[in-house]
Design a protein around this ligand. Structure first.
Ligand code: HAM
Length: 419
């Protein structure tokens, strides 16, 4: 019979890849806890209006990428294309702003965008999303960036670029936008079809166009830095001063505009050349009006989202293995030894120790090979003779040393070293 495959652009995440994902999530939770974040879980499905208003009508996401449908009650619903709008909706709906003056939240889960699938770009992908709601103090921007760099540093990743920009505010951006529109009209004929259309809907997106000709034209476009007001300029200077204080390398990228309309002031991306065309591991920025636009009080926010597929692709296999190997592998030879191993193995598992064994009682050599492949910290070697003499060989796989232990004290011995 014909098999049923997954939907195009939707991907299964299989073991052992899932070990790496858990390693990423555990590291994220660990780092975020230290910086004072709490987890929030929001629905995958929202009213379409939330994203239209939150992300912006003329963005690519809202115009062409959302999975939107009428449910059986004729209500327009959308699978979330990102988490920020949902987190802010929950923040406003449950008046979390009344609980604390600064709210730090993170959420992890799948997002949906019906873009053209390619390497590093999927229709269902996963984000680790982080948001801070509170005042628009530049120290908050810097603290968030510091956490980003620290988090990525936990995986020992090299050659990452932190690109940062300021998009100005509602006071200063309109004049810049007007100057860009004028400029683009001057070169309208040479722009690609998408950019020509964007001139009147979302002109700043032209800065992000990947077409050679558009990129060439945009190098001569007006610069936002020449238009931003004094307070935006000072805000940006203070963020940069904090980054310098913490010795965080960065590059100002004046062409970074981001694909969502809610941003104001600080925006950033972390990119790497190892991911090909889809080179952004994460992106984020400040949004000083989103809470208000979604019906909440005048509270500012800043956040970012990491693409988990892209981060996982950068993390070497060894990193995950070191974190995920079993503690003990029991190699048993002969029927009696397999029975004994089965019982020892499961007793230890019930005490919380990760133990593996092989039920096929293959040769000792192949079992030790498997222990090695699994990256087990210890191996217990159990043959018929050992069972008769109530003892076994315990091998430290990392130090390549071994000792004989009595099976009477087996659990105590293992629990002592596993602690
Ligand atoms: P974004 O730049 O649209 O921002 O997405 C953030 C990250 O999600 C990207 O840098 C990328 O790693 C990953 N990503 C996006 N689309 C795909 C895709 N189709 N396939 C695989 N990975 C993808 C946001 O979503 C904002 N909500 C971030 C934010 C939070 N800003 C403020 N707070």
């Amino acid at each position: 019979m014909e098999i049923i495959t997954a939907v195009k652009g939707f991907k299964d995440i299989l073991p052992p890849e899932t070990d790496k994902w858990r390693y990423i999530e555990d590291t994220a939770k660990d780092v975020f806890r230290a910086f004072g974040y709490s987890e929030i879980r929001v629905p995958l499905l929202e009213k379409t209006e939330l994203f239209r208003r939150g992300i912006g009508e003329s963005t690519d996401i809202v115009e062409k990428e959302m999975y939107t449908f009428l449910d059986r009650g004729e209500e327009s619903l959308t699978l979330r294309p990102e988490a920020t709008a949902s987190v802010i909706r929950a923040y406003v709906e449950h008046t979390l702003h009344a609980v604390e003056s600064v709210t730090k939240l993170y959420t992890i889960g799948p997002m949906f965008r019906r873009d053209r699938p390619q390497k590093g770009r999927y229709r269902q992908f996963h984000q680790i999303d982080v948001e801070i709601l509170g005042p628009d103090d530049p120290h908050i921007d810097a603290e968030l960036l510091l956490m980003v760099i620290h988090f990525l540093g936990r995986f020992g990743l090299k050659n990452l670029n932190l690109e940062i920009n300021s998009l100005g505010c509602l006071e200063c951006r309109p004049a810049f936008r007007e100057a860009v529109v004028q400029f683009l009209h001057g070169s309208e004929e040479e722009l690609c079809g998408d950019c020509r259309r964007r001139i009147d809907t979302n002109p700043l997106r032209v800065f992000d166009c990947k077409m050679e000709k558009c990129r060439e034209i945009i190098t001569k476009a007006p610069r936002l830095m020449d238009f931003i007001c004094v307070s935006c300029r000072e805000h940006f200077a203070q963020v940069i001063a904090c980054l310098t204080l913490f010795e965080i390398p960065y590059a100002v990228n004046p062409n970074m505009v981001r694909g969502l309309d809610y941003y104001t002031r600080t925006t950033f991306e972390v990119t790497t050349e190892f991911l090909g065309a889809q080179n952004a591991i994460l992106g984020g920025g400040r949004y000083d009006h989103l809470v208000r636009d979604l019906g909440g009080p005048d509270v500012s926010g800043i956040g970012f989202a990491i693409g988990m597929e892209r981060l996982a692709a950068l993390i070497p296999e060894q990193a995950k293995n070191a974190a995920e190997g079993p503690f003990l592998f029991i190699a048993a030879l002969g029927e009696k030894a397999v029975d004994k191993a089965f019982s020892l193995c499961n007793r230890l598992r019930m005490k919380g120790v990760r133990v593996e064994m092989d039920y096929h009682s293959r040769s000792l050599k192949s079992q030790m090979k498997k222990a090695d492949k699994l990256n087990s910290a210890f191996a217990l070697i159990l043959g018929e003779r050992e069972i008769e003499e109530n003892r076994a060989l315990l091998r430290n796989m990392r130090a390549s040393t071994q000792e004989e232990i009595s099976l009477d004290e087996f659990e105590e011995t293992i629990m002592k070293i596993a602690r």
